[in-house]
Design a protein. Sequence first.
Length: 307
Amino acid sequence: MQPARAGRDRQVGPGLVAGPGRLPGVGRPSRPRAKNIRRLSVRHLLRLVIVAGAACALVLINGCGGAPAGPGRTRPAGAALAGRSSPARTVADLRTSCRSVVYLGDATSEGMMSPLYLPNRAQRLDAQDRDVGVRTVTASITDANSVAEALSGPAGGYRATGTQATGTQATASPASGDRDCWVVALGTNDTAAVAAGSSIGRLARIEDMMSAARGRPVLWVNLISLLSAGPYSEANMQRWNQALRQACARYPNMRIFDWAGVVRLRWFLNDGIRYTAGGYASRARQIAKALARAFPAAGHSNGCTVS
């Protein structure tokens, strides 16, 4: 058997060869006579004229641009005849005024910078932040991190000396002139500690962190849990979120990202607290977008909560 010729015939089954546009097993159609071809052409031409006339009538009645503008549907002023409106604001348009970001996180953030969870670097937290205009990202993420622990580490050093945190330490460095912002994804261990009897309340912990920021823009990430009982229950997460809203009313430099409003159940691990690789990838992307909305490159955000 001869191999099928490229662009001509192809083997489609035992003993069946189909040419371009021909169904398998169907013989070669007979060629219509020229007279029939002329008749078919005239018929097709008449149909085209009728269709074109109907289309022109619709254009005169409704205007161009797709579906007719019925009740409640109007064409934007200044829209082109082709019906194209101004492009919607995309994720690529989001830019933040923050040039340097210190990220403080616990187990709910551990996968966002981990190659084990996110082997694709473009999905990680620092890459997502750079996509919205951040130049330097310093992440201090440990499994059992809390506000108290963070204040004794990078955030505490930042507050005491006005220096930039590097890794999990605070080291002296000359002022860069960049706008420094903090993203605080803490509270899971704090609210559990309060539920277990800690003498330092939820609001006091948040206020301590805001004091450490010394007026810098701070984006908090609120909490959610799938647990119904115990120190890490959803009820205790909601108590922390309530304290965040209470504090935000006092600090004009504070915003809250409503992560609890965008997270999906399929992103949780079996412990009901941490996330899958897909969850961490989405969390990193959403936090970067929230940072740009909370502290945009131009103008100011309104209200305490961003989504």
